[in-house]
Design a protein around this ligand. Sequence first.
Ligand code: 6GU
Length: 224
Amino acid sequence: MRIDIITIFPDYFDGPFSHSIIKRAQENKLVEIFIQDLRPHSTNKQKSVDDYQFGGGSGMVMNIQPIDNCISKLKSERNYDEIIYLTPDSPTLTQNTCNSLSSSKNLILLCGHYKGIDQRVRDHLITKEISIGDYVLTGGELAAAVLTDTIVRLIPGVLSDETSALSDSFQDNLLSHPIYTRPSEYKGWKVPEVLLSGNSKLIDKWREEKSIELTKNIRPDLLK
Ligand code: 6GU
């Protein structure tokens, strides 16, 4: 898979993809992540990428020209499965969306900024819009990093234990059961007896019951 992230803050991504599983996925050529700096695509002298809103109102709006230029160049080089704009005023990301995006070959992620983006970008250049939750971030970069992480970990071969993505919270609309490791007792706090029993049938039953109980208490909306 190839992911191109279009941003006005290319340095932002020095951190998120340089560690642990996502770093190894790139080293193993399971994914290539390219950070595309938007500003050089601006054709004006100041290399500006935003302007005032028609009709008045506070906040700057990202121009269509540099974005169109950047997306057009990328599209001339390969076909993209989706061109995604990260913005809070759009459908919320779910594990289902992550699952289906994880079989893409090429993706573009566009990070929004300022007040927003010229609507014509959304109408004519973008194929999918995603929010990562009902709260507002200062920009789309963090959301793009979140989306990239959720997708990359689902690419076959990225997680060492193939089953571990399948047992994630949300894959079956249930939260994960509690997990423990040694010691079996710490400061008098004990690990549930059943997990030490060696009886895998009982353990599976306990885990399923705990998953359902936790989901009922914490995320009843998932059970509907
Ligand atoms: Cl995708 N962008 C911003 N700026 N804020 C968000 C978001 C995206 N998703 C949730 N909040």
